[in-house]
Every structure is written in C-alpha cells, then in structure tokens.
Design a binder for this molecule. Sequence first.
Ligand code: OXD
Ligand code: MN
Length: 623
Amino acid sequence: MSRLEQFLDQTALEKLSDLNNTHINNIVEWVVELCKPAKISIITDDKNDIAYVRKLALDSGEERSLTINGHTIHYDGYQDQARDKAHTKVLLPEGKQLGRHINTIDRKEGLNEIFRLMDGIMQGKEMLVRFFCLGPLNSRFSIPALQITDSAYVAHSEDLLYRSGYEEFRKLNGSPDFFYFIHSAGQLDDRGQSKNINQRRIYIDLEENRVLTINNQYAGNSLGLKKLALRLAINKSNHEDWLTEHMFVMGIHPEGRKRTTYFTGAFPSACGKTSTAMIPGQTIIGDDIAYLRVYEDGSCHAVNIESGIFGIITDVNSVDDPLIYQCLTTPRELIFSNILINEEQPFWLGMGRDAPESGVNHSGNWFKGKKDHEGNEIPLAHKNARYTIRMRELDNVDPEAENPDGVQIDGIIYGGRDSDTNVPVCQSLDWDHGVFLGACLESETTAATLGKEGVRKHSPMANLDFVVVPLGKYISNHLKFGKRLKRKPMIFTTNYFLKGSDGNYLTDKIDKKVWILWAEARVHGEVDAIKTPIGYIPLYDDLKYLFKNVLKKPFTEKLYKQIFSIRVEKLLQKLNRIENIYKGEDVLEIFWDILVNQREQLQTAEVNYRTDMIQPDMFIDTV
Ligand code: OXD
Ligand code: MN
C-alpha cells in the first residue's frame, strides 16, 4: 500500500486494503502515477458511495437533471456519437496473428503510443475506482471487472447497467483473475466534452485482460464493461469452453403455455435486438450481451452479463415499443443521451410527438435547419441517441434474471438488416447448419457505428465488431460447443427488414412477435414446417392463425408467398461473398461441407423449379 498512501486519504486506503489484492493496488498506483488525477475516490457497493457518483455526474456538468424525477441528460461530443471502429484496435504481440478481419496494432507500438497520450491525462480531474461483476453474483459465469475512469457519467452509467462487485472482488482472495478498464475522457471543452477527439484510442490488451480507452465519452467507446469487456470475454471464453455472444436473453410466453421457453438472439446494433427482447407479453433477461455454457445435464444455459439497458431511443414510441416508451416517460433513474431538450422536456426522432423547433442537443443550441461544419442539416436528436436504465425497473423483467445458473436455452436466433435476401423467419436444418447460418449473417450498417449507413457488411453471429480471436476459431468453437450439448437449442434466422421493389418494408415492426412465437411453437413441436435448402420455413396457415389471434390482423397468402419465397440468385451471391470472407480462415471442415451442399441444393432447386424466386408451396416436403 506504501506509495498509495501519498495519493489516497485514510478511507480510500481502507477500502482498497480491505480487498487484500496487490494486483488492484498496483493498477491503481500505476494509473495515478501515469494519469496524474487531482483526486481519487474509491467506490464500494455502499449506497452512499454510489449516490456520490451520481451527484458528481450532475455537479461536474456531465449530466443535467430533467423535469421527471430521476431523469438526466448527457451529451457526447458531436463526433463521438457512435462506436469508433477505426480507432479500436487489438494490441498484437510479436509473432501472433489474428487474421484479416480484426483491426490490430503491434502491441509495443500501441502501448508506447497510448501511454504517451495518457501521461497527465487526468490532471485537474477526479479519478473514480469502481468494482463490478459481469454476470450474476456468486455464479460460475461471473467475472469481476475493475473500472477506473475520470468520467462520472461513465461510472454512473455503469451503475445502472451492471451489478456492483466490490464484494466479488473481496472473494477473489488476492487473485489477478479479473478484467480491468482504464478510461479518460481527456481534456474537456466548455460543454464538458472530450476536446482531443483526434487522439481517441481504444486499445485492447488481451495479454493483460485490460482495455485502455481515452479521449472519448460515448458509452460504446468508454464504458469498460460494455463492448470492451465483450471483447475480453470473447478471448477468454474462446480459450476455455464456453461462448460470449452479442445476444439478448428472453422468455417467451404464448397464451396457454405453462412454462417459459428461453431464447437468445444475436442481432447487429440497431437491428431490433432490444425491441425483440421487449415484445409485449414476453419477459426480458438481457438485451445485449450473454455468456453461454454447457451444463452438467448437457443443456445450454445463458446469463445476461449486464443488469441494465443502453438502448437506442430513435423510433421508440407508444405504438411500436409501448413497454420502453412507458419506462422513458415515468419517474426512475434514467440517463438520456444526445436527444433534444426543450424546457427540460426530452424529444427524440420517431417518438410520435410534435417536436419544438429549437432547444439544446448534441450540437449545442439547436434550431430547425441548423447545419454542421460540413453543411449537413443537424436533426433534432442523433439517430443513435440512447437511454440508460436499470433492468429491474421494468415490469416485464423475468423472475430468473438474477439466477446464478442463468436459464436453459431452447432457441437461438440470428437476425440481420437485410433488404433483399433472407426470409422473415427460418429454422436451421440442425445445430451445425444453424452455426453456419449465424456465420453467414450479413447486415446493412446503421448509426450505431461511425461511417456510412446502409452498406451491406458481413457480421458473423452479429459479433464481428467484437471478435478478437481468428474468425475461423470463433466459428469452430460454436460447432464444438454444439457437440457437447445433449439438449441442443433450435437455431433460427430472422429478417425484419425485407423490402419490396418500391423500397418500402414488406412487414410491420410488430410482426416480429409472430416470427418469435412461431419459433417457440417449433421448439414445442406444435407446428409443421416446409423444408427448403436454407432450412425450415413456416406454413401459411400457422402464420395466418398467429397474425389473427396474436396481432389481430390479416395476413394474406400473397404477402406470405412474396416474403417467404426462396430468392435463389440472391442466396447464391451471398454464398460467394461468404466463401471469400472465410477463405484462408482455419475453420472446421464441416463449415465448407455445408457451404458446398447449400450451394448445390440451391442450384438444383433453381433448375427443378425453373425460377430463382421459389414460392414456399413449391417445396412439397413437410415435417
Ligand atoms: C450497442 C451496440 O450499443 O452494439 O449495444 O453498439
Ligand atoms: Mn450491442
């Protein structure tokens, strides 16, 4: 503890020494010496410590209170509104290779660069040291995570999003078996936003189970426990025997069913993951990141590693997302980010309410027609604007959300933003084929990452942005995981974004409820399906029944045939793209067998049916 005595007061010293962990002391000491903060606070699970962080976020101006009790607003810098993939790099030790899909920098070079930028970066600021637990407490899934940051907004957000873990750290008994994250927002401008945005860096150091992130505030870049821990956990799990996935966990409850059926679902950012987990009538365990393990009885169990939601607010309105909307308009501890505030009232895009023509938003004072320095009109709120809430605040939270054993998973969904290729819902032929379909996931880019929107990108398991092991290994691990399962979840794909020739969506947002209930019914063996080369698709009558009974709306056979036709040419083009992506990757042979087989089956079907848009009823085999 010796050198720390120079920097910490008695209470802070006691909080650290209670943990009896020299690794933590060394990290704190090292960060203090490098970043040179003016003050250091150690935050335990104590409610006074936690209240201190929240107050600091308000006192420092990083958040401001709004009219509704517990609601605050935070703004990220104008150029810091989404995940910054270009500056997020894995530090690569000499002699190691991760393949061409992962953004890397030589470890020595990266560390030299970031240590230089971190020198004195916290001068004049207060450094917060926080202890959290990824996953439920007292669980085989849990991973303790240490967060050091000079942003009270970051520390406060994590309080809403993760389980406090000071006690979990105590249980480590001095072991270094934890993740750690060092963040600094860097120098701030007069709006309290990171000034040196050109020097933002997010460097992932797998050797030390740590991430160093500086000169940014947007949560996807700054919060250690969110997308940064996701990357560390992908590395850890892929060298062990479990999976770390960009997945929701939800309970499905069709009318009349006595037991809850649990599903996980992987969707790229801003492609309906949260709104699927929040479909009215169902229960939520998590909306973003899950750990999956094979249990002793051969079943697959999953937990939510988070305990809150950092959700996209755009298009959340009382019709499309009634549960979330209700939550955002009633008192509770909640942080909005990057939306418009007018007279302390929040406004966002697609909220279904008339918005004022001026106010304050992520660009500062805003008025309708305001342009940025590139001449682009600034909308009233950012498209990737967010809300941050605790999960336990929701009425629809599942009773098993904190179960240390997680829940048994019976279905897994892979969904992408795909305007022209895949059907709305489809069940894989078996586990390996399901892994293949997940590995083939493509999606059009969204505002959740910096850069152009609407560009089709390959996104295996919706996790490519976060995969830090060679892609082939990541996919092979899913194949091996399945071999160990005695009770394999069924695997499905969904596509909520199919468009007609006029460019309009062919299905409504709420229709996802039918696709999910159909998948659940398949798990229970209650509905038949049509076997096609890409998997099992629904029968018209089953969907018609669900549309009528669940959504109270008609579903025409014409629309069914249009959206469930197998688009052979598009699918074959996709297979060519997939082949190029995985070429040179060390993936299990079965992956290539499935690809070749899928291609042959599609080609044969095209010849047999003499069309490249094969309507569902042309495939006669039902099971
Ligand atoms: C998220 C993301 O915020 O994936 O969940 O970007
Ligand atoms: Mn996500």
